[in-house]
Design a protein around this ligand. Structure first.
Ligand code: ADP
Ligand code: XUL
Length: 517
């Protein structure tokens, strides 16, 4: 029995087809937006140089990528054998649609592309995504309307956060009230893609819904105070909220006639990329800690009880299998590492070799590696801060700069995630940069824990396939975890230095951050 999982992430759209009984990966495919769709001028999946902290992407790009992905996938496996489908999307991003949307999505015509049909339904040409920091005023307004940040945090699991959907919606309403008025539906990336696949106006799951500053994490439904504080008539523009184990409907005939799916194949509600990754790595019951190294770096775990971050930078999301998960997100993840690599015209190989030529603790050379405004902690930097030798501070030592970037990232991660009260023996890593042993070794050294990867990578899409199989095929999650979530023991990394090695550097990072906040 085959299940398909989709991953509509920041830089690419990916898919995995698994045989849930045989424990086999049948096919995988991935379409990188920048490489395959250069006409959208979004080399890293978003439109560069937005004004005032705006970071947007074109939803039509995501739709074109989905079609390219399915063309690739159909050449690798028989999609008529797929018996269950689900997916996940980059979190927080919002898509704004007029009232034609309901009819158009219900009757997608295979004679036209998805993007041709959906483009006229957009009331906002581009979608703000999770990297957007343009909504500080709106965050303050929402907080003040409901009684302060602590109230927003208690209700929604996070203080009002710039990239979250509610503040983004408010900014749209304030800046373009006419288009807001014309907006009949606001979708998250996950529910937008789910709507397209299922040919229906899909609901939002509690995992992704909790990243909006609109969902009450006690009731797991829209919070009327937050919705009212965000924008007028918002409630009717929002989809319903449902638990992760919900069948949305059947696959749209569009995909049956174009790509050979079987009519009637069930579609499970989509989730956010991080909640989906939690499931795909086999960490949906408390006890396993995950660091995802995608475009963002994230640190997350299923939680036995709800804990919120007193500093206001962390989040509580719904766990798609029930209960909740805690998460901390760092904007300056892979793109910061890439920026340092590119500054010296290095390949990933040369980047990796830099760690052999330098020592843990980097002889005191310290970097706050923020090339764009960071959210953990909230700091408006446009370039890193360097403190150390003269050569280091003037970017003359490539190898030390590379080590300093990665050490700075994970020391900051350790400092910022103390609130979760987790001291794991093992950390599971996933995402594009997790294949890099040098980065994984720094994580092992800084957190003083074993670092493991799973044999099957691509935990976001895998988690979506698991969820589809549980929801539609009565598959058992623990059985699939046994088959697919085995650690790649040969690639396990253990700490090679003791914890004291990073004491001085941790103090430098804390001091530099304190000076800037
Ligand atoms: P997303 O899911 O957010 O679109 P991915 O999980 O696909 O992102 O990760 C993409 C990132 O992985 C790229 O931005 C790149 O910097 C990073 N990456 C890929 N290969 C390596 C490598 N060998 N070493 C370090 N980073 C890498
Ligand atoms: C999580 C976050 C990012 C996005 C993109 O809060 O903003 O991790 O989900 O991956």
């Amino acid at each position: 029995m085959l299940a398909l999982g989709l991953d509509a992430s920041t830089q690419s759209c990916s898919a995995i087809v698994i045989d849930i009984k045989a424990g086999l990966v049948i096919a995988e495919a991935s379409v990188n937006f920048g490489q395959r769709l250069p006409q959208y001028q979004a080399p890293s999946g978003f439109i560069p140089n937005g004004a005032d902290g705006e970071v947007h992407a074109d939803p039509c790009m995501w739709l074109d990528a989905l079609e390219l992905l399915l063309v690739d996938l159909v050449s690798r496996c028989d999609l008529s054998k797929v018996a269950a489908i689900s997916g996940a999307g980059q979190q927080h991003g919002t898509v704004y649609l007029n009232d034609h949307w309901f009819h158009v999505v219900d009757k997608l015509e295979s004679t036209q592309s998805l993007s041709e049909q959906i483009k006229p339904c957009l009331t906002r040409a581009t979608a703000p995504i999770w990297m957007d920091t343009s909504t500080s005023n709106e965050c303050a307004e929402i907080a003040s309307a409901v009684g302060g940040s602590a109230v927003v945090c208690e209700k929604s699991g996070s203080i009002a956060v710039e990239r979250f959907s509610g503040p983004q919606i408010r900014r749209f309403y304030k800046n373009d009230p006419e288009s807001y008025q014309l907006t009949a539906r606001i979708h998250l990336v996950s529910s937008f893609m789910c709507s397209i696949l299922s040919g229906s106006d899909a609901p939002i799951d509690t995992g992704d819904g909790a990243g909006m500053n609109l969902l009450n994490i006690t009731e797991w439904d829209w919070d009327s105070d937050l919705v009212e504080a965000t924008a007028p008539q918002l409630k009717k523009k929002l989809p319903n909220v449902v638990p992760g184990k919900t069948t949305v409907g059947k696959i749209s005939e569009y995909f049956c006639s174009k790509y050979g799916f079987k009519t009637g194949t069930p579609v499970t509600v989509f989730s956010g990329d991080n909640p989906s990754s939690l499931v795909g790595i086999g960490a949906s019951t408390p006890g396993k800690l995950v660091i995802s190294l995608g475009t963002s770096d994230t640190f997350f775990a299923a939680m036995p009880q709800v804990i919120t971050d007193p500093e206001g930078c962390g989040h509580v999301f719904g766990n798609p299998t029930g209960g909740s998960m805690s998460l901390q997100c760092f904007v300056n993840g892979s793109l910061a590492r890439e920026a340092v690599k590119d500054k010296f015209d290095y390949s990933w190989q040369a980047f990796t070799a830099a760690f052999e030529k330098t020592v843990p603790g980097n002889e005191g050379n310290c970097m706050i590696p923020f090339f764009r405004p960071e959210i953990s902690p909230r700091i408006n930097l446009k370039a890193p801060i360097l403190k150390g030798s003269q050569a280091f501070e003037s970017w003359k030592d490539a190898d030390q700069a590379i080590r300093a970037c990665v050490e700075g990232q994970f020391i900051n991660m350790k400092l910022r995630t103390k609130w979760m009260q987790l001291e794991p023996d093992v950390i599971y890593i996933t995402g594009g940069a997790s294949e890099n042993d040098a980065i994984a070794q720094v994580i092992a050294d800084i957190f003083q824990a074993k670092v493991q990867r799973l044999v099957v990578s691509g935990s976001v899409a895998l988690g979506a396939a698991f969820r589809a199989a549980v929801c539609s095929l009565e598959a058992k999650l623990d059985e699939m975890e046994n088959l697919f979530c085995q650690p790649d023991v040969e690639s396990t990394l253990r700490p090679q230095v003791d914890g004291d090695c990073y004491q001085a550097l941790s103090k430098s990072v804390s001091d530099l951050l304190a000076l800037r906040s």
